[in-house]
Design a protein around this ligand. Structure first.
Ligand code: ADP
Ligand code: MG
Length: 432
């Protein structure tokens, strides 16, 4: 076992106050939107139809989704924890605009660790004699907000003796982030256990009313911190996933909500008219959500896809090519984007990707502090995430909140990658 400090910037980074507030203001809308998509079988079916023909991982998730629907849902309480990520796109006139990178609907991490970063940066500023600036750093406690959502779902499930199960990785690289949320639950006298897919396969079971049991304990809530990359799943782990999804336990997220977070869904949301259909009678929410969208393009077979593929091959610096994967390091940029797209442009494989306009933030100098790495000043860009939490019981939303923020900063030479990928580090916004 090795323990390292989590990587962080020496100094907080400047973030435009108006954009920060805009990101908070749209979070409840995104919660409603994700929840609406997760309940819309027709939309998910249509949107993912082309993707699941060529992407085995999405196809397998989709098969489980259909299988669970066919049997009928045993789950009646729904819990969503997501994180909507943004960059500040710098326009030609120098003004910055908030543009969504993606929304993470499964295993959105760093809510725990980042609940401590404002304290770290406050201390650094004080050491530097910047007491006034230190006092301006905002308090931020997503760990508490996420735990409140889990606790609400646990309560509505309605069994005092049932536990919350964190579904964790085989090799755990971010355990302390999870412990922050876990401890908030213990503080509320809610029992937490940690298990892997393998444990569920070996010792998990359902009773006659599809209550989930493991090691003689009933599970009220399954909080996934695992399960979003294909490498996780062998045959047994897929069986474990199916067992969990069939159960009455509150899954965070259920498989429909995981599918709602795919890049293909994100791209289809940007089509004119789609948001209006998903959020009828909420024109203001639709406008707030749409204002954060960057250009997103389908590579489905046909004229529209042919045209944008040709444009991207001619001018790859304008775009990012994204497959249906999570966790960082999967996107293609620049010359590599051009080569791959050139190779697959006439094959159905093309439809497993989407294209997105590349966001170009204004860089700033900072020091990135990482265990065992040399200290040097870097030109950096930041990505702001807002945590969203909601709980729905049947058709009634009983909780819908923004639960805090995360700022991650990386050196500009890395096109891709988050903190877990070893590229970005934890930061604190300093509003300007
Ligand atoms: P993942 O699911 O792997 O996190 P993302 O869509 O968040 O996928 O992309 C990973 C990283 O790539 C982001 O954190 C960001 O740094 C960079 N990135 C993604 N999309 C864009 C974009 N449109 N413009 C600029 N950078 C991007
Ligand atoms: Mg991301």
């Amino acid at each position: 076992q090795v323990v390292n400090y989590a990587p962080f910037t020496l100094l907080p980074s400047a973030v435009p106050r108006a954009l920060f507030e805009q990101a908070y203001a749209v979070q409840q809308d995104f919660n409603l939107l994700v929840d609406a998509i997760s309940q819309n079988k027709e939309f998910l079916e249509q949107t993912l139809a082309s993707t699941i023909k060529v992407d085995d991982f999405t196809a397998q998730l989709f098969r489980i989704y259909m299988q669970v629907l066919e049997e009928g849902l045993a789950q009646t309480v729904f819990l969503g924890i997501n994180r909507s990520d943004y960059m500040f796109d710098c326009g030609l006139d120098g003004t910055a605009a908030l543009k969504q990178i993606e929304i993470n609907t499964i295993a959105a991490s760093f809510g725990g660790l980042t609940s401590r970063t404002a304290d770290v940066h406050g201390l650094v500023l004080k050491v530097l004699g910047k007491t006034k600036e230190a006092s301006r750093l905002l308090p931020n406690n997503p760990a508490k907000g996420l735990a409140l959502g889990i606790a609400k779902a646990w309560e509505l499930y309605g069994s005092q003796s049932a536990v919350v199960m964190f579904l964790v990785e085989e090799i755990q690289r971010n355990i302390f982030d999870q412990r922050c949320v876990e401890n908030e639950l213990w503080n509320r006298d809610i029992r937490v256990i940690r298990r892997r897919f393998r444990d569920v396969f070996e010792r998990g079971s359902l009773d006659g009313s599809r209550r989930l049991y493991i090691d003689n304990q009933e599970v009220a809530v399954v909080y996934y911190r695992e399960g979003y990359v294909p490498q996780t799943y062998d045959q047994q782990n897929w069986e474990a996933r199916l067992l969990l999804e069939r159960s009455r336990a509150v899954k965070c997220p259920d498989i429909a909500t995981q599918l709602a977070g795919t890049k293909k869904v994100q791209q289809e949301l940007s089509r004119p008219g789609t948001l209006e259909k998903l959020l009828p009678d909420r024109p203001e929410a639709v406008a707030r959500v749409r204002a954060t969208f960057a250009g997103l393009y389908s590579l489905d077979e046909g004229e529209e896809g042919d045209k944008i593929a040709a444009t991207a091959i001619a001018d790859p610096e304008r775009f990012v090519l994204k497959p249906q994967r999570e966790g960082g390091g999967n996107n293609l940029y620049g010359e590599e984007l051009r080569q791959v797209l050139q190779k697959i442009k006439d094959s159905p494989e093309r439809t497993s990707y989407i294209l997105m306009d590349k966001i170009k933030p204004q860089p700033a100098l900072n020091y990135l502090l990482r265990a065992h790495s040399p200290l040097e000043v870097s030109e950096c860009i930041s990505e702001l995430g807002i945590f969203g939490v909601y709980v729905r019981q049947g058709q009634e939303m009983v909780l819908n909140e923004a639960a805090g923020h995360l700022l991650r900063t990386k050196a500009i030479q890395h096109a891709d990658g988050g903190v877990a990928a070893g590229v970005a580090v934890l930061d604190t916004p300093y509003l300007v």
